[in-house]
Design a binder for this molecule. Sequence first.
Ligand code: N1C
Length: 248
Amino acid sequence: VIFVLALVLGLSRRNQGANGFQSTFIERCEKFNGPDCQNIWKVFSQAYVRRDPCNVPMEAYNALMAAASIQPVCNRELFWSKTKQIVHAFTAKRDCYITMEDTLLGFMLDGLTWCGKENSSETFTSGCPGWSQCENNPVRSFWNRASAAFAEAACGDVTVMLNGSISTPFSPASIFGSIEIKRLNYRVRSLNVILVTQNNTGTDCSNASLKDLLDTLGAGISYSCRAVPEAQIQACSSDPKRTCGPCW
Ligand code: N1C
């Protein structure tokens, strides 16, 4: 009896994991006032369900990008690399800047893990390949594809917050360095780097990796860089004025 009970409990918990993912997806979609959340779920899951979880290329999400398109944003797009926490603490208070997590898709999938398996119609949330285990995994391909669309939607002056406490604030292997910077198009006027530092220690704007950034940046886009202490960004976050324009 105990065995059967354990089995039933185990099975229902496993299903709850998968259904739990779908309900989180739909709940977040509705909270964001997404259009036709059931259809977005269907199109999203079709990208990876019944597929080998190491064989989901970024193109698998093309239909999703069409169903939940990212609208053009001028002068307010904020990219980041290795600065997620500080950036979101900042944007939570300052409405002005828009990150990927302020779009429907970024909002719904931030922090989640998912994958499918061949010969199964389920969504799994555990036993999925890790970020670097195989390149074409469902989570990594999603962020690659969605980030490409987010960068293509950029216009005017864009900002990126890079981590000034590490030796290569601009990494060509990161999503910012490998996808986003290359997808900024003719509508983008300038890329403004904010190098987030700890009390002005660590790297400054003469860091060698920023020369790689300049080499990668499209010819028509102007560039600026400024080292800003994290404390100053935090002070800007608590500035009650929710206006646009830099506070540093
Ligand atoms: O590889 P990164 O940074 O350079 O990617 C960040 C870059 C941002 O500008 C975003 O627009 O790419 C976009 N992006 C997300 O919005 C996002 N949300 C959550 C990329 N990755 C995102 N994640 C998760 O963070 C993702 O699962 C991956 O593991 C990290 C990448 O962060 P990073 O290396 O600091």
